[in-house]
Write a protein that binds this ligand. Sequence first.
Ligand SMILES: Nc1ncnc2c1ncn2[C@@H]1O[C@H](COP(=O)(O)OP(=O)(O)O)[C@@H](O)[C@H]1O
Ligand SMILES: [Mg+2]
Length: 306
Amino acid sequence: MKNLVVVLMGGLSGERAVSKITGKACSNALKKKGFSIIQLDAKGNFVEKLKKLKPKIVFNALHGRYGEDGFVQTILEELRIPYTHSGVFASSLAMDKELSRIIFNKNNLKTPKYLLLYKNIKKNINNEIRKKKITFPIVIKPVNEGSSLGVYICKNKNQFIINYKKLIKEYEKIIVEEYIPGKEIQVAVMGNKALGAIELIPKRKFYDYKAKYSSKAKTKHIMPASIPPYKYAEVLNIAKKAHKILGCRGITRSDFRFNKNKFYLLETNTQPGMTKLSLVPEIAEHCGIKFEDLVEWMVKDASNNR
Ligand SMILES: Nc1ncnc2c1ncn2[C@@H]1O[C@H](COP(=O)(O)OP(=O)(O)O)[C@@H](O)[C@H]1O
Ligand SMILES: [Mg+2]
């Protein structure tokens, strides 16, 4: 089929449901732009199917493990099919909240103070937390999830132990960090340009899975973020730098906390949500870039060796 774009979606991660919504929205946009679209669930024998379909381009609409961490990107490099978003190395770095932080900190991008806990390495956790001068409330989360899955804010030691036990059963590596009060700010980057910063005000305890995806949770979106212009420019610059030093391509979205006039970078997402109600499309729209045009740009930007 001429002009065939395969939209890879679904997959095996905890964000399977969100990825299907991203995939459908992007498929519809690309159809409007005249592309032939086949939607493909990235599980089972999807690699065999890709080999048969021989698409011109793969639009990667996956989120989370296997789709956002370099796995699928490696397969697409091997098949020599051009694909959207970041390449193998940047994806795997950005998805790992430990590795990306090492790079952020080395480049003077501020992150919350943190420490790592491993399933197979016993440590005196209390001592570790004290040594790093991290005080309650603290945040505990897996290093390689998304959509706030497995993120717990712990007010005290008791809550910490309960949540630690839950996470260490499922994950090899966990990150513990200081809780940063203040504003939730996220920045979209497209190619080498930071598009804008949005502020999220959840009605829930924090910006968790429901606050992100359920309209009933009534999270308030403030676009542009209500921060002074010089701070707005600063956070755009930080996001652009984060995108660049990780070696990202296409679009990314960086998540920040803003407290006492300082930005704390939480992470850079290489496969940000692309439903019509997601943040990158909302920021792009504010810059005059329509959803269909944004998705078309991503397809035109696709390549190998990213
Ligand atoms: N150190 C922190 N201080 C305050 N809130 C945090 C912190 N870490 C995470 N959160 C909250 O949890 C959400 C998800 O955390 P994040 O690190 O971005 O992981 P995910 O990959 O799941 O999006 C953030 O958007 C924020 O609302
Ligand atoms: Mg996040």
